[in-house]
Design a protein around this ligand. Structure first.
Ligand code: C2O
Ligand code: CU
Ligand code: CU
Length: 462
């Protein structure tokens, strides 16, 4: 398994991220035309620290315009890299990024109007790791590339000539490839030390959902969600992740036993009923994540000569205090819709490129859909009228209140920015940075084909 190179900002020299075309072996021995940041495919891991101001230069050496978004960053709208911020071919975008948030695993990827799906699919995606006082003083595995491993999981389809196949509008549930890659390759293997090992998991797929677990069903500890550490580690055996979501887990390899990271059908009835929690009226047999597909993702072997983290996990990782919702906090409602089910299931699928949207309308660059007050807690209630979707919001982290009417579980009680909505989810959110009419924030479905087809809206924060 390749480990992306680390890129850190220690001096005032800008971090340069150049998008260009290249060739990469997704399948061993097969050269595939791809795109990437500073290389043929994917990109370096950008490591930042709370309190820094980091100059960054994005350059576009591709033949089409690209907007680059920092997913998970708490920065003003004009630095967010939404679709208004397109970089023309041959052009560049220089910014100074103020890093003011707690330690977390984030990522950057294109956000080009109508073109996000194909641009991410062909290779534009990379990690951002943010450190802070807390993360550097906690006793946790943190040797990058040894016991602290970034892992991006993505699905791809290659044709007989080794070319990437992509079609954005052939399926209502978004594009799903037939092979699953880890850090850009299939059949990944990695040697890890005989101690605790931390995985920073990112579902960087366009549309596929995963249920990660280990082949021997070992227990592991979930330590972080998208926006930072959980208050304490939560022991689990499997973890469902939708596109855009990140979670950090710590796995115990003290016993020297190898293990395979897999994705596939549920272990337990409980998780199965969660998957099918949307039975009834309109979901039918449609499940966009194909959570029942089984994949072997990463073969892990233990190398006792590698330096190992042999401590115990701290009992406390963070101190998130959940605000008690007040009756005068604004409530904002969002309803995601798709072309109706009958048409989807019918023999004639002529209208497949028909718009999708939120609150009755498709994304329109000329329309600001919501206006939010800065520093004000709000309650956002998100519903899905058809299917299930990962709902993502820019410029913030939020705290889930409930999903499907059930109170949030310990493992989802941390700061998040992307949430699965089967039927409904509610969260508390507060925006600390401004976003103007010219550079608003986005909220959208993170199935990239849904986003590209209009399941997105814009909002200001003033
Ligand atoms: Cu990961 Cu609006 O995006
Ligand atoms: Cu985002
Ligand atoms: Cu969607």
């Amino acid at each position: 398994m390749p480990i992306p190179e680390l890129m850190e900002s220690e001096s005032d020299a800008p971090l340069e991220l150049t998008m260009g075309a290249g060739e990469w072996e997704i399948l061993p021995g097969v050269r595939t035309s791809t795109i990437g940041f500073n290389g043929p495919y994917l990109g370096p891991t950008v490591r930042l620290r709370d309190g820094q101001n980091v100059p960054i230069i994005y350059r576009n050496n591709l033949s089409e315009a690209v907007a680059v978004h920092g997913h998970g960053l708490h920065v003003p709208g004009e630095l967010d890299g939404g679709p208004q911020r397109e970089i023309e071919p041959g052009g560049s975008w220089c910014l100074e990024l103020p890093v003011r948030q707690q330690a977390c695993t984030s990522w950057f990827h294109p956000h080009t109007h109508g073109r996000t799906g194909p641009q991410v699919y062909h290779g534009l995606a990379a990690f951002i790791i943010i450190d802070d006082e807390n993360s550097t003083s906690l006793p946790l595995p943190n040797t990058y590339g040894v016991d602290d491993l970034p892992i991006v999981v993505q699905d791809r389809t290659l044709d007989g000539q080794g070319r990437l196949v992509y079609s954005g509008d052939d399926a209502e549930d978004g594009f799903m490839g037939d092979r699953v890659t880890v850090n850009g390759i299939t059949d990944a293997t990695r040697a890890v030390p005989a101690g605790l090992v931390r995985f920073r998991l990112l579902n960087g797929s366009n549309a596929r959902y995963y249920r990660f677990r280990f082949s021997d069903n070992r227990v592991f500890q979930k330590i972080a969600t998208e926006g930072g550490f959980l208050n304490e580690p939560v022991p689990i055996r499997e973890i469902v992740m939708l596109p855009g979501e990140r979670n950090e887990i710590v796995v115990d390899f003290f016993d020297g036993q190898p293990a395979m990271l897999v994705s596939g059908p549920s272990l337990s009835g409980a998780a199965g009923s969660r998957r099918n929690g949307n039975r009834g009226r309109r979901r039918n047999d449609w499940e966009p994540g194909r959570l029942t597909d089984a994949f072997e993702l990463l073969e892990l072997t233990v190398d006792p000569t590698l330096p190992a983290f042999r401590g115990r996990l701290p009992r406390q990782l963070n101190s998130i205090s959940r605000p008690v919702p007040q009756s005068d906090w604004p409530v904002r409602r969002f309803e995601m819709f798709m072309p109706d089910n009958d048409r989807r299931r019918g023999a004639q699928r002529t209208n497949v490129s028909m718009a999708m949207g939120i609150n009755g309308r498709a994304m329109d660059m000329q329309v600001i859909n919501e206006r939010v007050t800065r520093h004000q807690w709000e309650r956002w209630a998100v519903r899905s009228l058809d299917g299930n979707h990962p709902f993502h919001v820019h410029g913030c982290s939020f705290l889930l209140l409930s999903q499907e009417g059930r109170p949030v579980s310990d493992e989802d009680a941390g700061w998040k920015d992307t949430v699965r909505v089967d039927d409904r989810a509610e969260f508390l959110v507060r925006f600390e940075h401004p976003a103007t009419d010219s550079f608003p924030y986005m909220y959208h479905c993170h199935i990239l084909e849904h986003e590209d087809r209009g399941m997105m809206g814009q909002f200001t924060v003033t």
